[in-house]
Design a protein around this ligand. Structure first.
Ligand code: SF4
Length: 198
C-alpha cells in the first residue's frame, strides 16, 4: 500500500491520539503497590566459636534454632582460617552442646572394651577409668622394663620400655603436648606418635 505524505500524517495523528487516550485511561486507574507482609527475621542465634577438633583453632559461626544447631560455617573474620573449615570442622554440629543440652550422639562417659570382647562397656566415672589405665601402665612397664641392652658385646644403659607407646591427639594444645611428652619420657617410653603424622 502506497502512502502519500498527506495519508502518512493522517495515520500518524490517529495513532498518536489513540496512544494518548490509552495512556490517559491508564493514568485514571489507581494502582495498588503494597508489598507482601513477609516475616524478615527468624529465631536463629549466630554465635562465634572455636573448632575443638585440632590445635589449629579455626573460628566458626554456629547458628541455632531453638535447641538445635542448624548450621556451622567458617568465620570469615577469624585470622587463622579466614572463613574456611576442614571436614572435621564442618561436622562440628554433630558433637556440640546446644542450650545446655548434650547432643544425644556425644559420648559423655568413658567406654571400655575388654580383650577379645566385641562389646563396649560404659564406665560410670573417670576415676575408675584412670585407675584402670594406671594399673595397666604400671604392670606393662614392670614386665617390659629394660635397664641395659647389649650391642656387639658392649652393654649400654637405656632405662626404657618397649611395651608401651603414646599416641597424642590433635585436640591437645602446645602445653598439654609438652606435659604428656615429658610424662612419657619419664616413664621410659620411646614410641611417641601423633594423629597428624599418620
Ligand atoms: S579440625 Fe579442621 S576446622 Fe577444626 S581447627 Fe583443625 S583444621 Fe580447623
Amino acid at each position: 500500500m502506497e502512502l502519500s505524505r498527506r495519508d502518512f500524517l493522517k495515520f500518524s495523528g490517529v495513532a498518536t491520539a489513540g496512544g494518548l487516550a490509552a495512556a490517559k485511561m491508564l493514568e485514571a486507574q489507581p494502582v495498588s503497590a503494597e508489598s507482601l507482609d513477609l516475616e524478615l527475621s527468624k529465631p536463629i542465634g549466630e554465635v562465634p566459636t572455636i573448632c575443638c577438633y585440632c590445635g589449629v583453632g579455626c573460628g566458626a559461626i554456629a547458628a541455632a534454632d531453638a535447641d538445635k544447631v542448624i548450621n556451622i560455617e567458617g568465620d570469615p573474620d577469624h585470622p587463622i582460617n579466614q572463613g574456611s573449615l576442614c571436614s572435621k570442622g564442618q561436622a562440628l554440629a554433630q558433637m556440640r552442646t546446644v542450650n545446655g543440652k548434650d547432643n544425644p550422639n556425644r559420648l559423655t562417659k568413658p567406654l571400655y572394651r575388654a580383650p577379645y570382647s566385641t562389646e563396649w562397656e560404659v564406665i560410670e566415672d573417670w576415676d575408675t577409668a584412670l585407675d584402670m589405665i594406671a594399673d595397666r601402665i604400671k604392670k606393662t612397664r614392670d614386665e617390659t622394663w629394660l635397664d641395659k641392652i647389649d650391642v656387639g658385646g658392649t652393654s649400654y644403659t637405656v632405662n626404657r620400655t618397649d611395651g608401651i607407646a603414646e599416641f597424642g591427639g590433635g585436640e591437645l594444645d602446645n602445653e598439654e603436648c609438652y606435659l604428656l611428652a615429658k610424662m612419657a619420657r619419664a616413664l621410659g617410653l620411646v614410641y611417641l606418635e601423633h594423629c597428624a603424622r599418620i
